[in-house]
Ligand binder design. Structure first.
Ligand SMILES: [Zn+2]
Length: 446
């Protein structure tokens, strides 16, 4: 039998509701997404696409479909150090626990397995793109390609030698080598990742800014994580970190600069960020757990600064759940300002999607569900007691949806989570290996 007026496509998703996160925050009911070769090619009322036959057809009437979440800052492989040191301030946590553990354990095997563990957790909780700042980024790049996840790898740059290299010159050279190696990848994007103002001196910062300009690479850096960082810089150099970095040329509209944390900001610093199109990556749970301080999201937003959202590493969060991070961002903004209107649910969803895409320079590809964007898509099942009844969908997603309600995750049109199960990773084996790593690290015997 010949069927007339039919079309064959890769994937058709019939959705109860679609939150597009386009400029108008358009919400569609009973619409379908059509995906061909990893790209969204059509978004239309379901009744109008009945003639379209798909190799993979999903009927999700009780779900909301959203763009894949973008975790704009983290250290994926630190999933293996999840919970290793808790209830400590940043300097003690970092200097007495994390850096010694990393010195002992971090090698390419640690990074490879830690990244896989993190990617599995992120995919299952609706994250499709993550930015990573960690050693052996070439290993994370390979794992991201194997798993099928999208990533920005902010290759680490520090003044001192690490397991990954001898010092800043080698780190910068390796970053450029990786950029050349992955330039044609549609999943892996490179960036410079100078660790922090207190671990990178002026000359390497000048060098990486120059290389970033030449090769159009983003720069992601921890800046103003704590008031102590600011105070120490003023004591040591007479300058606040942002003033020093600004004089070195880090904040410039011609660069893609992503400043992570950004607590303890003055009004003039906020206006500098706005003027220079610098993105701020807000990591509220890590900031609260380490008592680092508060990123003034309301003031930044009012000034027009692009704010994205990140979990930071699992060692300071202690999970990689962007739905939880949105909730925390909303609550902390209200608690910090005493203003219940601060950081609305819609703003939080934008931070975790389109703002993250803008921060990473990927807004033409991802961050919203629009025709010709890549099919990075997440389905959340709303047929749960904690999401019924529903009056305000963005508020439901931010305030009362759990990561376990994520049922499907697609990256580049490829289904990586199906009915809550990873399609390409054996979860039982992954858990066994995570337990073995934990026992080994706890025993102290490498
Ligand atoms: Zn971090």
């Amino acid at each position: 039998m010949i069927l007339h007026n039919t079309a064959q496509v890769n994937t058709r998703i019939d959705a109860g509701t679609i939150l597009t996160i386009d400029d108008n925050f358009t919400t569609l009911t009973d619409h379908s997404l059509i995906i061909e070769n990893g790209v969204i090619t059509q978004i239309s009322p379901t009744e109008s696409v009945q003639h379209i036959i798909a190799s993979e057809h999903y009927c999700l009437p009780n779900h909301v479909i959203i763009p894949g979440l973008i975790n704009a800052h983290g250290h994926a492989s630190m999933a293996l150090l999840r919970g290793i040191a808790n209830d400590l301030p940043l300097n003690i946590w970092l200097q007495e626990h994390i850096w010694p553990a990393e010195g002992k354990w971090v090698d390419s095997d640690f990074v490879s397995f830690g990244a896989k563990l993190a990617m599995a957790e992120m995919l299952k909780s609706g994250t499709t793109t993550f930015s990573d700042m960690y050693f052996f980024p070439e290993v994370v790049a390979q794992m991201a390609q194997t798993v099928g996840m999208r990533t920005q790898l902010a290759c680490p740059i520090l003044d001192f030698p690490t397991a990954w290299g001898s010092g800043p010159d080698e780190y910068i050279e390796k970053t450029l080598e990786l950029h050349r190696a992955f330039e044609s990848s549609d999943l892996v994007h490179m960036a410079f990742g100078p660790h922090a103002p207190y671990t990178v001196s002026d000359d390497p910062i000048r060098s990486l800014i120059s290389a970033a300009r030449e090769h159009s690479l983003p720069i992601q850096m921890h800046v103003h994580e704590t008031q102590k960082e600011v105070n120490d810089a003023v004591t040591n150099s007479g300058k606040r970190p942002i003033k020093r970095l600004s004089e070195l040329g880090l904040f410039d509209p011609d660069l893609n600069t992503q400043a992570v944390h950004m607590t303890a900001l003055t009004e003039s610093e906020i206006s500098l960020l706005a003027k220079t199109n610098t993105s701020v990556i807000h990591c509220p749970e890590s900031n609260m757990k380490l008592a680092s301080g508060f990123c003034p999201t309301q003031a930044l937003s009012a000034a027009g600064v692009n704010i994205a959202l990140g979990t930071d590493g699992a060692a300071s969060n202690n999970d990689l759940d962007m739905l939880g991070e949105m909730r925390t961002a909303a609550l902390i903004a209200k608690g910090d300002t005493g203003d219940a209107t601060a950081l609305s649910a819609k703003e939080c969803i934008r931070m975790a999607t389109i703002n993250g895409a803008k921060a990473l320079g990927l807004e033409q590809l991802i961050g919203s569900l629009e025709v010709y964007k890549q099919a990075d898509i997440v389905a959340i099942d709303l047929d749960h007691l904690n999401t019924l009844p529903s009056y305000d969908l963005p508020a439901d997603i931010v305030y009362n949806t759990n990561a376990s309600q994520v049922t499907h995750t697609w990256v580049n049109g490829k289904l990586l989570v199906d009915c809550g199960h990873l399609t390409g990773i054996d979860e039982d084996m992954l858990k066994d290996e995570a337990r073995q790593w934990g026992q080994k690290i706890k025993s102290g015997n490498k």
